[in-house]
Ligand binder design. Structure first.
Ligand SMILES: Cc1ncc(COP(=O)(O)O)c(C=O)c1O
Length: 383
């Protein structure tokens, strides 16, 4: 007998009532759906901590990254893109694809982006139209200091565009207070919903850029989304992913019920518990600055063990899905997730499955030492 456990940083586990909300089909040009959409947009504003317009697209998170670029800029506009992992690289790719003048600000994978570097780069490039940063760089586990970056960008005419795809609804994220002009997210991480919805929160400063932007877009158009949403009964311009919107409606109600503060605390404790387990097992954390790394814990695979093989073994033998390394980290690291619908028993199960996996590959450690260290942290907390 084997059960499946999704312990990846996206897609993440989906609560039963969220999944079940997709069973009923309503028509998207009905008052009933309008009410759901209105509630979802309000719920998203609550999670985003914003008064800005929020739009929903039927795509994975990457669609909203593309939308941010296509709606805010014109060909040749200069942007500074911070890249220290696979998802920073994606912002570079999209920006280049759309013909922007891209200044890539690389930082070492596993470290955080440095706000002082941004200050220097903005001083040297006063014509910068946008700054892109990944909040939680899921490929390395690192979480960047969006607040510090936002303070710097806000003093310039540039827009601050943040990929909050794996962080929104899980760890602290303040769209308005941190001066984020376009905040991007997706359904399948902190929002505990199946993949297929992407979200953007767009500030007034960004709207001015949208008005003059000359890049082509058709489906991913903020202006058409705003026009449809502004109707008495809100709508989307095209057929929305109706059942996913019903699902995220239930997920957002859950988030409101638990409350953001409690959710942030839960993620913090689970991050701490997982890091304690990793250290107790004598393993090395990949993220050097991991004080905020509460979405997923990246771990250097022990000498002689290919992380891909370890991940495959845990999946095939126990049905436990953890993630391996991506791009240049393939085979070198594995990632333990704790984002979204995780409880303390998921955290313990994940560590125990890891111990079984490591044991299979001959790694020497005291069985139960990871679980024990993790439980000690959990027992000190109420979450
Ligand atoms: C930080 C970050 N950015 C972008 C993406 C890409 O999102 P999607 O796969 O939903 O297109 C992901 C997904 O893992 C992510 O974690």
């Amino acid at each position: 007998m084997k059960k499946d456990y999704i312990f990846t940083p996206g897609p993440t586990p989906v609560p039963l009532d969220v999944g079940m909300a997709q069973v009923n089909m309503v028509h998207h040009r009905s008052g009933d759906f309008g009410e759901i959409l209105r509630r979802v947009l309000d719920g998203l504003k609550y999670v985003y901590r914003t008064k800005n317009d929020v739009f929903i697209f039927a795509s994975s998170g990457t669609g909203a990254m593309e939308a941010a670029v296509a709606n805010c800029f014109s060909p040749g506009d200069k942007v500074i893109v911070f890249s220290g992992g696979k998802f920073g690289e994606r912002f570079v790719d999209i920006s280049r694809f759309f013909g922007l003048d891209v200044l890539v600000s690389e930082y070492e994978w596993g470290t955080c982006a440095n706000p002082e570097v941004l200050s220097r780069q903005l001083r040297a490039n006063p014509d910068t139209k946008g700054v892109m940063l990944t909040h939680s760089e899921t490929s390395t586990g690192v979480v960047n200091d969006v607040e510090a970056f936002g303070q710097i960008v806000a003093q310039t005419p540039a827009l601050f565009i943040v990929d909050a795809i794996s962080s929104l609804g899980a760890i602290e994220f303040e769209t308005d207070a941190w001066n984020v002009d376009v905040a991007i997210s997706g359904s399948q991480k902190g929002l505990m919903t199946p993949p297929g919805l992407s979200f953007v929160a767009v500030s007034d400063k960004a709207w001015k850029a949208v008005e003059s932007s000359k890049l082509p877009r058709y489906y991913f158009c903020f202006k058409s989304a705003k026009k449809s949403q502004s109707k008495e009964i809100p709508e989307t311009p095209y057929t929305p992913a109706i059942t996913l919107i019903q699902a995220v409606d239930v997920a957002l109600a859950r988030i409101r019920e638990e409350g953001l503060e409690k959710i942030y605390e839960r993620h913090e404790v689970f991050g701490k518990a997982t890091r304690a387990a990793v250290r107790a097992l004598g393993l090395e954390l990949f993220a050097k600055d991991n004080s905020r790394a509460n979405i997923c814990t990246s771990v250097v695979s022990p000498e002689g063990i290919n992380s891909g093989e370890l991940v495959k073994f845990m999946r095939n033998k126990f049905g436990v899905f953890i993630s391996g390394g991506q791009a240049k980290l393939k085979g070198k690291i594995f990632r333990l997730a704790h984002v979204g619908y995780f409880d303390r028993f998921d955290i313990i199960s994940q560590i125990s499955a890891l111990e079984f996996g490591l044991g299979n590959f001959g790694y020497e450690f005291e069985p139960g030492s990871g679980v024990s260290a993790c439980m000690k942290v959990l027992m000190e907390s109420e979450v």
